[in-house]
Write a protein that binds this ligand. Structure first.
Ligand SMILES: Nc1ncnc2c1ncn2[C@@H]1O[C@H](COP(=O)(O)OP(=O)(O)O)[C@@H](O)[C@H]1O
Ligand SMILES: [Mg+2]
Length: 240
């Protein structure tokens, strides 16, 4: 069997006295949407940051397309095809949407080409019409899409979304989920951290569950929903 697009094995990460990640392994196949869930503080953001090179893991391997990425800087990992959006959206508020998005393209292209690419990415996420709007004037759903467009502008193979739907209401979330499905159909691989179980259950082919930095379960949404360890650590609490 050929190796999945992303293969992560045995990741450990310690912050001083805190073992934030212990022996975490996961994979994502091309065109898959994988959900990463777990209580606050479980290590989800730390895992994403480690995958994209913002933290160097103390142990483990991260292979993308068969290539080992541990020790590479974020821009190298982005160039290899893996980027993440940030949990708390960090746009340049006094710049236009187009200028925010084109920064993602500067890694591979000059300004003029990056601008063209940025327009394409804005169209792709359904917000071509707001290219000239200032980032500070955006609604939450617009912001979420601008973040995705900026990430797409790096031309990734795999996109890591960290609570991208946190500020959205039900109908905005449904529209955002339709966008994620569309991106998947276009061939993108996604790993999403999300607290909304309805979104996770309907979007993801496979779920990975973290608790106190350890992987406690992996399986289909249906398998995870009836896993006693997951119910104890996470689902039971949110359902209560
Ligand atoms: N840069 C850091 N330095 C020290 N501790 C951190 C750092 N980043 C995260 N942590 C700690 O690591 C644990 C996991 O945090 P995080 O990855 O943000 O969890 P999650 O995203 O699942 O809510 C938490 O206890 C958090 O306080
Ligand atoms: Mg987090």
């Amino acid at each position: 069997m050929s190796e999945p697009l992303l293969q992560v094995s045995g990741i450990g990460k310690r912050f001083g006295g805190l073992q934030a990640l212990s022996d975490v392994s996961l994979s994502a196949g091309a065109g898959e949407i994988v959900g990463l869930i777990g209580p606050n503080g479980a290590g989800k953001t730390t895992l994403f940051s480690t995958l994209v090179g913002l933290h160097k893991p103390d142990s483990g391997t991260i292979r993308l397309g068969g290539r080992d990425l541990v020790g590479y800087k974020p821009h190298k990992i982005a160039a290899a095809g893996m980027v993440k959006t940030f949990q708390n959206v960090a746009l340049f508020l006094d710049s236009s949407v187009l200028d925010n998005v084109l920064t993602g393209g500067l890694m591979r292209h000059g300004v003029q080409e990056a601008r063209e690419l940025a327009r394409t990415c804005l169209e792709r996420v359904g917000i071509g019409a707001i290219a000239g709007k200032l980032a500070r004037d955006l609604s939450f759903p617009e912001r979420a899409r601008v973040e995705v467009a900026r990430a797409l502008c790096t031309q990734p193979r795999i996109l890591l979304l960290d609570e991208a739907m946190a500020a959205l209401n039900q109908s905005e979330m449904d529209e955002f989920m339709a966008l994620l499905r569309q991106l998947r159909e276009e061939g993108l691989t996604l790993i999403i951290v999300e607290h909304h179980m309805r979104a996770i259950m309907s979007l993801c082919q496979r779920l990975v569950v973290l608790n106190f930095g350890q992987l406690i379960a992996t399986g289909t949404p249906a398998e995870i929903a009836r896993d006693p360890a997951v119910i104890e650590a996470y689902l039971g609490r949110s359902a209560a």
